[in-house]
Design a protein around this ligand. Structure first.
Ligand code: ADP
Ligand code: GLC
Length: 469
């Protein structure tokens, strides 16, 4: 089976979050399982672009509104990622430093999707599956089925995976001219509440829709940023498949970012060595349990609660733990967290920014990882934490609910709480510190969580079943 993944992100080419991790790994494991999986993404100006060799695969021209544009498809020459990687270059529009965050993102990703579909229309054969990821590629099923120029591709099976239903790619109807000449009777497929909603269009037009955990699939019917009724109506073609992790990249025994490697047997010593290095780097006390937060500092992750929750935890449990935060996002939250570093030197440190290497070292050196997310479709951080023997403290939602068992339950190895509130976070930190005080049980939990299998090998089959259904 030939599967074409379309995505705005793919690790290590360009990553802003978990979407990049998934698209950088799933195709590799699909290939290993015997299918032919490829990735097509925009050509941004990234380190990966300049550090690798490329061949021109195709040059074409397509139309977006009045604008006829040239596009070039380049292919990575050495199969470095374990799958064929194609980048779409549209001069001036995609070749920028950042993935998202420009005023013309609507035009950028619409042009990307048009170019991809146009390119596919020049292929001598048809791929079996076009697998779209999130709203940046969710117009593709509509383009394939209802644009006059591309309708000969309508039989290609399309899958839409929703990694995050909060973002839907809304655009006003004035932008409908961007979409190449389409069947106006199909207007209803694009519209949701008076605007063009690419995610909704994808849900309606894709043959199958998946989300990245079963619990999130269920939650979308009651909490989908306005699309609840749509998910209820379309539930027959929707399925939740829990993400895997790339065990080749995320392995504490071989991780290239770590200086102290460890496995299940050596976890206690190994984590201590990693913690000591980390604490030395950030001026924290290595003798205390270390609690970390890694992620986007946004409302979905409940980052706004962190400053107050950490203040209260430090007040309630004085000199009982150290805290390290890595992330960026809301400037007010960034500022508050940076202030905490100054208020509690030796106990609290904040790194604002994105730092892949540091994140690995934090998973390895921390005792606890906090994820109080309001919305968490799957969450990869807690899966990495489990693999690195770091006890996850999570809110009971989405993929967190599907992957963490509370230590109060049979064979539990984490802490779960219900409300995204300061009280619940502080209470859970208290429970974590109690658990830390029982070294035998704590060691058992570490060893237990490290052997849980969240590999892609065991997940690719579920996607295969969706493609075939
Ligand atoms: P989301 O995609 O919603 O941000 P996930 O848990 O699925 O959340 O994935 C987040 C990914 O991004 C993980 O690989 C995590 O380690 C990484 N990450 C998030 N913020 C940072 C950061 N500031 N520095 C380095 N890695 C980060
Ligand atoms: C999104 C979600 C996150 C998920 C990731 C990968 O960014 O917010 O929960 O793990 O996609 O699917």
């Amino acid at each position: 089976m030939e599967i074409i993944h379309l995505s705005a992100e793919c690790y290590p080419v360009a990553k802003a979050g978990g979407l990049g991790d998934v698209v950088g790994a799933l195709p590799k494991y699909q290939n290993q399982a015997g299918d032919i999986a490829k990735v097509v993404m925009p050509m941004y100006r990234t380190k990966f672009l300049y550090a690798n060799e490329w061949t021109v695969d195709f040059k074409g021209q397509a139309q977006m509104g009045n604008w006829q544009f040239d596009y070039t498809i380049i292919k990575e020459s050495q199969n470095k990622l374990g799958f064929d990687l194609y980048l779409v270059d549209i001069n001036g529009l995609l070749d920028r430093q950042k993935i998202y965050g420009y005023d013309d993102d609507t035009e950028r990703f619409t042009a990307f999707q048009i170019a991809v579909v146009d390119w596919l229309s020049h292929w001598e054969h048809r791929p079996d599956v076009v697998h779209c990821h999130d709203h940046h590629t969710a117009l593709v099923p509509f383009l394939l089925q209802h644009c006059y120029a591309y309708r000969h591709l309508a039989s290609i099976k399309t899958i839409l995976t929703i990694h995050n239903g909060q973002y839907q790619g809304w655009m006003g109807w004035d932008k409908s001219v961007l979409i190449p000449s389409w069947d106006l009777w199909k207007r209803g497929l694009l519209d949701w509440a008076g605007t063009i909603n690419p995610l909704a269009a994808g849900v309606r037009c894709a043959h199958k829709v998946t989300t990245v955990s079963p619990s999130y699939m269920a939650e979308l019917k009651t909490n989908a940023n306005g699309l609840e009724k749509l998910f209820e109506y379309e539930q027959g073609k929707c399925v939740g498949i829990l993400n895997g992790i790339d065990n080749a990249v995320w392995d504490p025994a071989t991780d290239g970012y770590l200086t102290h490697h460890f496995n299940r047997k050596t976890v206690q010593k190994g984590k201590l060595a990693n913690k000591s290095s980390l604490c030395q780097e950030f001026g924290l006390d290595p003798n205390l349990p270390l609690l970390v937060f890694i992620g986007r500092l946004v409302g979905e992750k409940a980052a706004d609660l962190l400053p107050e929750a950490f203040h209260q935890a430090i007040y309630r449990f004085p000199q009982k733990a150290s805290y390290l935060v890595l992330g960026s996002g809301d400037t007010q939250v960034e500022w508050s967290l940076q202030q905490m570093g100054q208020l509690y030197p030796g106990q609290f440190s904040t790194v604002i920014g994105y730092n892949e290497g540091l994140s690995h070292r934090m998973y390895a050196g921390a005792d606890f990882l906090l994820m109080p997310s309001r919305v968490e479709p799957c969450g990869l951080n807690q899966l990495y934490a489990l693999r690195y023997g770091t006890l996850p403290i999570v809110r009971n939602t989405g993929g967190l609910r599907d992957t963490v068992i509370d230590l109060g339950d049979w064979e539990g190895y984490g802490i779960r709480f219900d409300q995204a509130s300061v009280d619940d976070i502080v209470y859970s930190i208290g429970r974590a510190l109690e658990a830390y005080a029982d070294p035998t049980h704590f060691q058992w939990m570490r060893q237990h969580m490290m052997q849980i299998d969240h590999s892609w090998e065991s997940t690719v089959e579920s996607y295969r079943n969706v493609y075939l259904s």
